[in-house]
Design a protein around this ligand. Structure first.
Ligand SMILES: Cc1cc2nc3c(=O)[nH]c(=O)nc-3n(C[C@H](O)[C@H](O)[C@H](O)COP(=O)(O)O)c2cc1C
Length: 371
């Protein structure tokens, strides 16, 4: 069913995908499930699957599940990664900090792994074959030939940027749109130019600078938790808002119960950006895992090695529902979750966001009318 008839505030991006509101449910490895994507897309947002940690066959299976549940557009997200083979000393150093934490959960000392990430080229080839409506990428930029392959397969290509130079790199590679990831955002920073400097440009500053620099649509991500935030993103020049943290506690999300509880109990100062857990800067709620691994920064291996070496520990913690040993990725806006109905489905959340953002726009236009 078309949602266009009731959409009085459509942006070109929202119109292109027949969205009821200019809203993207963010791709989130470890949280997004086919059920979440289906519910978000069927409710009139653009649902997106975080597939960066999937084998090509799992990607095929989850995309088939989404297609069986919705005929509406949806997105799939991958990490742009090079092959990485660490030397033994790097692995040994990293494990010397991780092993005591493993022992606390009853795990034996860790060992070097056969591989530290799924091969990106194989994931990308499968994504081209799957011809999904929207594809998005973080941690790097594709070359123009790969962007052209995806477009020839009928996919709309979105690149993530944490500062202006990265947005320009995606534009030059031929991307259809750029997602501006502000410093407030939960999860990994997508930074791939000057990553060592950990540039943390806030959403309020980044979105208008990217909108001015680019002639392709910009999406806004980071700290947007409600309809006020969506209206603000559009006022800054974005064509849609990409929300992650607000979807984390949804009924269809895959996160552990203790993560859910800690999100709802968090404060504005509860999160930090750290590279200690995965070797790549990421924002999450501070806990024992973050504190202990941060205490020895020189032992932390680069991404994806540190990520893979802490994975079994974090998976065991998830099964045991021990939030102290999980990576609790979350944005700075998490306290704004309080007041929303607990364990609501994504469809109910999208409905609420639609009502809220229309009210926010109307409130602004009423202010505008007072002269
Ligand atoms: C748990 C979690 C996992 C994430 N995983 C991914 C991912 O796999 N790919 C990606 O591009 N962004 C990922 N992100 C970032 C989101 O796509 C989005 O940019 C961010 O959530 C927006 O900020 P917010 O959390 O303040 O809404 C993740 C964020 C969170 C909270």
């Amino acid at each position: 069913m078309s949602t266009r008839a009731s959409n009085r505030y459509a942006t070109p991006f929202a119109e292109r995908f027949d969205l009821r509101l200019p809203l993207v449910q963010a791709p989130m490895v470890g949280a997004t499930t086919p059920a979440l994507v289906i519910a978000a897309s069927n409710a009139g947002a653009l649902g997106s699957l975080g597939a960066g940690a999937m084998t090509p066959d799992k990607l095929t299976a989850e995309v088939a599940e989404i297609r069986a549940g919705t005929s509406r557009p949806f997105g799939v997200n991958l990490f742009v990664l090079d092959e990485h083979t660490p030397d033994e000393a790097t692995v040994r150093r990293a494990l010397s900090a991780i092993d005591p934490l493993r022992a606390e959960l009853g795990l034996p000392p860790g060992r070097a792994l056969e591989r530290y990430a799924h091969a990106f080229r194989a994931q990308l080839d499968r994504l081209v074959e799957l011809r999904v409506p929207v594809v998005s990428f973080t941690f790097g930029v594709l070359d123009a030939a790969d962007v052209a392959r995806l477009k020839a397969a009928g996919s709309y290509v979105i690149g993530s940027a944490t500062h202006v130079a990265e947005g320009l790199a995606w534009r030059d590679a031929g991307a259809d749109a750029v997602c501006a990831q502000g410093a407030e955002a939960g999860g990994h920073r997508g930074t791939f130019i000057d990553a060592g400097k950990n540039p943390l440009v806030g959403t309020m500053a980044l979105v208008p600078q990217l909108a001015d620099a680019l002639d392709i649509p910009v999406l806004a991500a980071g700290g947007i938790m409600d309809g006020r935030g969506i209206a603000a993103a559009l006022a800054l020049g974005a064509q849609a808002a990409q929300l992650g943290t607000v979807f984390l506690p949804c009924a269809e999300s895959a996160i552990a119960e203790d993560w859910r509880r800690r999100l709802l109990a968090s404060r504005d100062t509860s999160t930090s950006v750290t590279r200690a857990i995965t070797g790549r800067y990421a924002r999450g709620i501070r806990n024992t895992l973050m504190d202990r691994l941060e205490a020895e920064p020189s032992l932390v291996a680069p991404y994806p090695v540190q990520n893979a070496l802490t994975q079994e520990l974090r998976q065991t913690a998830a099964k045991a529902d021990r939030g102290d040993y999980l990576s609790l990725w979350s944005g700075q806006g998490a306290p704004l979750l309080r007041g929303r109905p607990e364990r609501a489905g994504a469809a109910e959340l999208v409905d609420a966001l639609d009502t809220e953002w229309r009210a926010a726009v109307n409130a602004l236009s009423r202010i505008g009318a007072i002269e």
